[in-house]
Design a protein around this ligand. Structure first.
Ligand code: TRP
Length: 397
């Protein structure tokens, strides 16, 4: 019998924590998920409260949706503290450009609001949901990937005084009281409805959502917040993680906790085109943090889907299609200079700039950015890693 599943909600487009396919219509997604659009008025309010220009991810609608962000801003304005929570499922040796988006944005939020941050490495999740044979890809392999990924994350520049990084396989003891409370409050029917679990799925999968939910409650971090169970939480994440937090928000009041607020990003498209999201399992679809300058150039030139025309003559006549051009799309994520980006858009759309030229712009943008991240990652020592991962009190204003 075919079971109703979140995977076929509209016309070949699927958005779940494990799968993103099709050309996602983000307005539809806001309606479907019941989230709120991130309006220009809210972005302005963020600017006013933080006293700095909004991140270009906000200005350009890359973070496009939220739940209760206004309430976090109210709390902040009233002088109340809050904390940030984000995470990473360690499934590949190096992070790719798409994985970077939430971390770059979270770093901006941490700097702008000067708030503590917790980062969850779900080595358990990736082991439980892996399609590989568990003898070939044992739990230890995911624990090790988590440590490698943690170095990439630290290289994004998080403040060691305000950031706690933890791996589930290690920190679970402290999360466990909240995990158990959440598990008691959610039925199998509910998680099946939200995540599309099957009766044949391993029981770890079915129990896991409680583990991703627990860090949204401040009592999971006694070393940070003492006994305070009511510190508000803001979760920056890609919108495919929303199902976990719909569940979290649903149980929160029943446990006497506040609902976490969320701010959602769009997906980072694969090199091959504007559908789905960049995937680490296809190395030709992704640019990794570990790629060399030559690899970056080669991948962009060879694989980046072009919105250009078939011939130079036609291109000069009709211009390129920025909405389909991957080089242009990536520039909207990584080129900070608004004016330069607009110049490029006009030049490309009018046909003055050719496909090879816009790709060269992207290569020039990515090479120094990744070289800098690689240098920072090189500088991360085991002892830095241990410091970030040590449960410890933090400076919280
Ligand atoms: N499940 C996420 C992933 O597979 C990792 C994660 C855990 C996460 N907690 C989070 C992501 C909180 C965003 C916010 O990558």
């Amino acid at each position: 019998m075919a079971e109703a599943s979140v995977e076929d909600n509209f016309n070949g487009v699927a958005v779940t924590p494990w799968q993103v396919t099709g050309a996602v219509d983000y307005d539809k997604l806001i309606a479907e998920f019941g989230t709120a659009p991130l309006t220009p008025a809210l972005v302005e309010r963020v600017e006013r409260l933080t006293g700095r220009k909004a991140h270009h991810f906000l200005r350009r609608g890359i973070f496009f949706s939220h739940r209760d962000l206004d309430q976090i801003l109210n709390a902040y304005e009233a002088g109340e503290r809050f904390y940030l929570y984000t995470g990473r499922g360690p499934s590949s040796e190096a992070l790719h450009l798409g994985h970077l988006i939430p971390f770059i944005f979270t770093k901006y939020l941490q700097d702008a609001f000067k708030v503590p941050l917790v980062i969850q490495l779900t080595d358990d999740e990736k082991f439980l949901f892996s399609k590989h044979d568990a003898t070939l890809h044992p739990l230890d392999a995911y624990i090790q990937l988590g440590r490698e990924n943690a170095k990439d994350i630290i290289a994004c520049g998080f403040d060691a005084e305000k950031t706690f990084l933890f791996a589930d396989s290690n920190y679970i003891g402290s999360l466990y009281p909240n995990v158990v409370r959440i598990q008691r409050a959610v039925s199998f029917n509910q998680v099946r409805g939200i995540f599309g679990f099957q009766l044949s799925d391993n029981i770890g999968k079915i129990a896991f959502p409680a583990v991703q939910a627990a860090p949204a409650f401040s009592s999971s971090f006694p070393h940070l917040f003492g006994g305070d169970a009511q510190v508000p939480c803001l979760i920056p994440c890609a919108v495919d993680q929303d199902p976990y937090f719909r569940m979290t928000r649903d149980v929160a009041p029943r446990l006497g906790y506040r609902k976490p607020a969320l701010i959602h990003s769009k997906f980072f498209p694969p090199l091959q085109g504007a559908e789905g999201k960049m995937s680490a399992s296809d190395p030709n679809s992704a640019i990794f943090l570990s790629d060399s300058p030559a690899q970056i150039r080669k991948k962009v030139n060879k694989y980046a889907f072009s919105g250009g025309r078939d011939t130079v003559e036609e291109h000069r006549l009709y211009g390129g299609d920025c909405s389909r051009d991957i080089a242009y799309q990536y520039l909207t994520f990584f080129m900070e200079d608004d004016e330069r980006l607009e110049e490029i858009r006009q030049a490309y759309a009018s046909g003055r700039m050719l496909s090879g030229e816009i790709k060269a712009e992207l290569v020039q943008c990515l090479q120094p950015m990744l070289a800098e991240l690689q240098a920072k990652r090189q500088a991360v020592t085991e002892s830095d890693l241990n410091r970030f991962m040590q449960p410890r009190p933090m400076s919280i204003s």
